[in-house]
Ligand binder design. Structure first.
Ligand code: FAD
Length: 269
């Protein structure tokens, strides 16, 4: 970002926390150019409220309620609670277990219809960050568009991005000096990493069923192409998203790392 001139126009692909980080670091460098954000839903993270409300435990029985029932129960609980954040925060201790209890079809349905909404409610911004970002939107410097990026090419020294607008379903183009990849999770999949591609071609690893990251069992042990669980190789963090779903923030990875360390210690003894 140091190479970006303060008057350059920028397109950010993705509208999650990575985008917010990039936009606010540009603001700190007194950026004046236009920043256009494109993401499939055009949704941006919501703010925390201070002081935080005490988390409210879920009203449904994990493991017995289907996905649609859980969504209904969440909406009802949020409408009855002064701050919806308390309901979302109450899910945190059970989110991984809930994900693991969903069938593959339900996981796919959740990712397709609810994940973007879950993300903006769950992965929130500090209030002052949210205010800074909102000010930039209100001033017109930052715009957020819902659409699918279809093509990127060079034209006259600029980057031309063609996207399918979500609302009008028409193909539109925008021109900028830079395009910044803020899509985050995409990097977890095998196809995005040379090392993982090589390991996959040797059959040492495989994709999880959803193709989000690596296949691991509930102990974070790698599962190879033949479906055999490794005795000695583990994966940690975002790469294990298919098994654990909420495994991006350091507090979650820390718990996983401690569990893997214990398993290795047990194996050795
Ligand atoms: C912009 C941004 C902001 C974030 N903010 C927060 C936050 O506020 N709070 C929070 O909890 N989480 C945050 N996260 C998420 C968190 O940082 C990540 O989930 C976490 O760092 C993942 O840890 P990791 O060890 O799995 O991977 P990484 O931290 O990405 O580490 C992977 C390491 O492996 C190395 N590596 C990769 N391939 C190879 C190779 N072939 N050979 C050798 N080395 C290799 C890389 O160089 C890197 O050092 C943020 C993430 C981003 C991108």
């Amino acid at each position: 970002m140091e190479r970006v001139d303060p008057d350059d126009d920028i397109v950010m692909l993705g509208s999650g926390l990575t985008m917010i980080d990039q936009v606010l670091s540009l603001e700190a460098r007194r950026h004046r150019g236009r920043i256009q954000v494109i993401s499939r839903h055009g949704l941006t993270p919501l703010p925390h409220r201070v002081p935080r409300s005490h988390p409210v435990a879920p009203t449904f029985e994990p493991g017995t309620t289907p996905l649609s029932g859980m969504m209904k129960a969440l909406r009802e609980a949020a409408s009855k609670t002064e701050d919806w954040r308390a309901v979302v925060d109450g899910l945190r201790p059970v989110t991984q277990a809930l994900w693991q209890q969903l069938s593959t079809a339900e996981r796919a349905r959740f990712l397709r219809h609810a994940n973007a909404w879950w993300s903006i409610h769950r992965h929130r911004l500090a209030p002052d960050m949210w205010e800074s970002f909102s000010r930039m939107r209100q001033s017109g410097q930052v715009t957020v568009t819902a659409g699918w990026l279809k093509e990127i090419y060079h034209a006259g020294g600029k980057v031309r991005s063609a996207y399918l607008d979500r609302h009008s379903r028409t193909l539109r183009q925008i021109s900028s000096d830079w395009l910044v990849n803020c899509t985050g999770m995409e990097r977890c999949s095998i196809s995005k990493t040379p090392l993982l591609k090589k390991m996959s071609s040797r059959g040492m690893i495989s994709s999880d069923v959803m193709g989000l990251g690596l296949a691991v069992d509930r102990d974070s042990r790698l599962i190879d192409a033949a479906g055999v669980v490794s005795r000695s190789a583990f994966a940690l963090g975002p790469m294990t998203v298919g098994q654990f779903f909420e495994i991006f923030a350091v507090p979650d990875i820390r718990v996983q790392a401690a569990a893997v360390a214990e398993r290795i210690a047990q194996d050795l003894s």
